[in-house]
Design a protein around this ligand. Sequence first.
Ligand code: ATP
Ligand code: MG
Length: 425
Amino acid sequence: MIQALRGTRDILPEEVGYWQLIEATVRETLGRAVYQEIRLPIFEQTALFERGIGEATDVVGKEMYTFSSRGDKSITLRPEGTAGVVRAFIQNKLHAQGGVQRLWYTGPMFRYERPQAGRQRQFHQVGLELLGCDAPRADAEVIALATDILQRLGLKNLELDINSVGNGADRAQYRAALINYLEPYQNDLDEDSKDRLMRNPLRILDSKDPRTQEIAQNAPKITEHLSLESKKHFDTVLNLLSNLNIKYQINHCLVRGLDYYTHTAFEIKSDDLGAQATVCGGGRYDGLVKELGGPETQAVGWAIGMERLVLLLQQLKSNPVIAPELYIVSRGEAAEAQGLILAQKLRNAGFAVELDLSGSAFGKQFKRADRSGAVACLVLGDAEAESKSVNLKWLASGEQQAIAQSDLLGMSQELKVKIAGLKKP
Ligand code: ATP
Ligand code: MG
């Protein structure tokens, strides 16, 4: 038997209600803020990610699914969404429309990682990007929208970690100070961090190795190396968050893995999740659009990991199920044919209708009707088929009434009201 690949998962109907709930919440919350959805290719030229994410990062260095296409072009399955959005922004000249572009996306991402709970090789993100604005209000808006989505979904134990990584010049200065501090500890660092010391020393700060973390705790802080302008940006973002009643903590070790981040970097964590605690990561990336060949465009965005969100929601609420409102029980050739016609008519009139296709004894069909969660049953046997009627049976009370099939649609308003009143919450 051929199995699904390691690090991929089937999302079965018993779980899909959570996904749909997340998608609906995202669509509504971002729609109210007038963000527009953008749908992009799942594979791109490898160079897009190498330049857009940075070769010194784990994502590009170790985690990309890269292969050569038949024409020898190097192709990569997208490991994240931002680089593709920026490519599309430049290629389709969205900047020519002027002003601010507010975009969101959702879909699968691919990273070669060691699979574990909340960490897969094909996983899903929903993300947003606000392009064309350098104001701290943009940073605060996108953070507020992420917290809105998570709170509306019912998550409570959220923590927002925030930091500033300044601009390029601030970082160059800080980088020197950091290398200076870390060099004496070179032999105590974990292997990856040793490697990063000259290439990407900021990344050492978010090492998961306990000894490296200890060393990082006393490292100089990037916020002490910010220019006045960068510091003002950061302080303003923090003030705006306080005005919005969004609690945060400054995390000096939060630098994010990607080279194009400037100023604000943030993560939203939940302490219900154990090891994979981060559900949302984002920040400002003022350098990326230019880096990828577009006009200078400041931007800020985030991505939420959907698998981790689903794991959290599963602890909070039961799977939202789709139950039929009406269940059609029929037996006998003529009755079964009429049952199908009724099912289609009622569906088109807006009812959720399940048609029992088994042809088994009435008793068995009634049992399935009960299990389906339907509010009422429509029963057709030989007698009903003969008289073109149907027996409407309310499942909770057992109350029944015979109705002419031709009267059924005329009663649909009345039926809807009664069903709504009897539906289980
Ligand atoms: P981590 O430190 O957990 O590897 P990351 O910094 O690589 O996270 P980002 O690139 O910021 O993650 O992606 C944003 C979000 O996407 C993460 O916070 C997480 O919720 C989710 N995510 C990232 N990688 C995976 C994965 N392999 N499987 C499932 N979700 C993931
Ligand atoms: Mg990662």
